[in-house]
Write a protein that binds this ligand. Structure first.
Ligand SMILES: Cc1cc2nc3c(=O)[nH]c(=O)nc-3n(C[C@H](O)[C@H](O)[C@H](O)COP(=O)(O)OP(=O)(O)OC[C@H]3O[C@@H](n4cnc5c(N)ncnc54)[C@H](O)[C@@H]3O)c2cc1C
Length: 469
């Protein structure tokens, strides 16, 4: 039977009130709304490198850093089209999740035979992530808090129970969160942490600089060619001739044609409130530092910042026809109103609270929700993409796989089929847009239908195709 789910498309609050709560909010992502490190020079003229890394988000930064850690004498150059950390890496929720498979259930669906080995690598990667931040003294506001997984629908409580963990209800639930829409929750203390993502990106940039990585900002690579055993990366005012190249360009238009249909750019949106007082936090029962996410297919994620604002994101996942990526898409008033509506549904106690920041960003969705790596140009170029909505920790792993592949080494990572298994491609237009819209509607129906998937989702999943953020 279809019922109105807790969080729906239709607004439950007066739109004028919602607009008021959003008025005056900055369109700059909260994490980036602060003094930036000094810009790095743009590349001018020709240079050479043992390894060229293209892209200055987490994936590129982890690649450059680990390349230097493996071989300090290696000449590593990183080029970034705009500023380091401006894109997904500096504007995400800051949830650091150990899982490399978008959760264990999704891992079992696609990589059952390798799941235990993948989870062991995921734990090692998660630990290595925290250890690296510590070792380089990066102030990324890292907090090993865990995540509270909350159920807002009856069937989600059953799903939490089926997971085997103890479900918090009644007083135990009220001790961690007080919201009229939360029916039960499970605390996952292990494998979940929080960071300030922009500070992490800038801290990694600083660590790379200390190890001698030569970095250039405002330097987009326009084209890659292979000449005399080297890869030539052309930029507007110069070129890099490199022995090896690592592509860490997320869902931006890829430099390799073969990647064009492997992922789709999906926009995800976030609000941040003004800081909450201790009394307000007590009123909503959220005195711990852990982040939360609900268990709907169209889910929300929420967490506190260092100064006790609430970051509230998720739900809508928007695809623009033609796989277009545009700065204008970072703002979407109708989604912001819906997110504000859902926020006050979750926390009616906070009525009157204002949002200070609203933004969106592009995630790179793969149909398995899992990143993948591979090589091109006779093994001289490696790529890593498709992190979907969980790339903060996973990019460190993807970076390591790229370096393994470029070295031609079999490691505990490349011995598995998982990293190089390609997701089912998503066809070009005119098929992509209607197909994705149909899938989105099916997912909304599934949430409204007690989590029961319709035929479309079941058939798609049988082919290993999913849609998620
Ligand atoms: C709103 C939002 C919330 C999210 N929340 C979370 C979360 O809480 N936890 C989590 O784990 N993940 C989250 N994610 C996903 C996560 O942010 C990404 O998976 C991760 O940051 C990807 O890192 P990246 O380096 O691959 O991509 P990016 O950060 O996008 O970096 C790619 C870089 O490559 C550059 N580039 C592209 N093309 C070229 C070129 N031709 N030449 C030079 N440079 C180029 C771009 O300018 C960009 O800076 C979220 C994403 C968004 C958008």
């Amino acid at each position: 039977m279809t019922r109105n789910p807790t969080y729906g498309h239709e607004l439950r609050h007066d739109p004028a009130d919602l607009r008021r709560s959003l008025s005056g909010a900055s369109t700059v992502p909260f994490w980036l709304d602060t003094a930036h490190p000094d810009p790095l020079p743009a590349l001018s003229g020709r240079t050479t490198a043992d390894l060229l890394v293209v892209g200055g988000g987490f994936c590129g930064l982890w690649t450059a850093l680990q390349a230097k850690e493996r071989d300090p004498d290696r000449d590593v150059v990183l080029v970034e089209a705009k500023r380091v950390g401006w894109a997904a890496s500096g504007r995400n929720g800051g949830f650091v999740e150990a899982s490399l498979t978008h959760g264990r259930d999704n891992g079992r669906r696609h990589f059952a035979a390798e799941l235990d080995a993948i989870d062991a690598l995921a734990t090692a990667n998660f630990e290595g992530f925290a250890e690296t931040i510590e070792r380089y003294g990066i102030d990324a506001e890292y907090e090993a808090t865990g995540v509270l997984s909350v159920a807002t629908e009856p069937h989600q409580v059953e799903e939490l129970r089926a997971g085997g963990a103890s479900v918090l209800e009644g007083d135990a639930l009220a001790a961690v969160t007080r919201s009229p829409v939360v029916r039960g929750a499970v605390m996952h203390r292990e494998g979940g942490a929080l960071v300030n993502p922009a500070k992490l990106a800038w801290g990694l940039r600083e660590a790379c600089a200390r190890l001698g990585v030569r970095m250039f900002e405002n330097t987009p690579v326009e084209r890659l060619t292979r000449t005399a055993g080297r890869v030539i990366a052309r930029t507007p005012r110069g070129a890099v001739a490199a022995d090896k190249v690592a592509l860490a360009t997320n869902g931006f238009p890829p430099l390799l044609k073969r990647l064009a249909l492997r992922t789709v750019p999906i926009y995800d949106y976030v609000l941040v409130t003004e800081p909450l007082t201790h009394a307000q936090l007590q009123e909503i029962g959220w005195v711990g530092r852990f982040g939360m996410s609900d268990n709907s297919r169209q889910f929300h994620y929420y967490r506190k910042t260092a100064d006790n604002r609430i970051l509230w994101g998720g739900y809508d996942a928007v695809y623009h026809a033609g796989r277009r990526v545009r700065p204008a898409y970072d703002q979407r008033p109708e989604t912001f109103e819906r997110l504000a509506d859902h926020f006050f549904t979750a926390y009616p106690q906070l009525r009157g609270l204002r949002f200070t920041h609203k933004w969106g960003g592009m995630i790179d969705m793969s149909t398995k929700f899992v990143s993948f790596q591979g090589t091109a140009m006779d093994g001289a170029v490696a790529y890593s993409l498709g992190y979907t909505g969980l790339g903060v920790a996973a990019t460190r792993f993807g970076a390591a796989v790229m370096l393994d592949l470029l070295a031609g080494e079999t490691t505990s990572r490349t011995a598995l089929a998982f990293p190089t298994t390609k997701p089912f491609p998503i066809p070009p237009e005119p098929i992509a847009y209607p197909a994705i819209q149909t899938m989105r509607r099916a997912i909304a129906r599934s949430d409204a239908n007690g989590g029961k998937d319709g035929a479309l989702i079941r058939i798609a999943e049988a082919f290993g195709i999913g849609f998620d953020s």
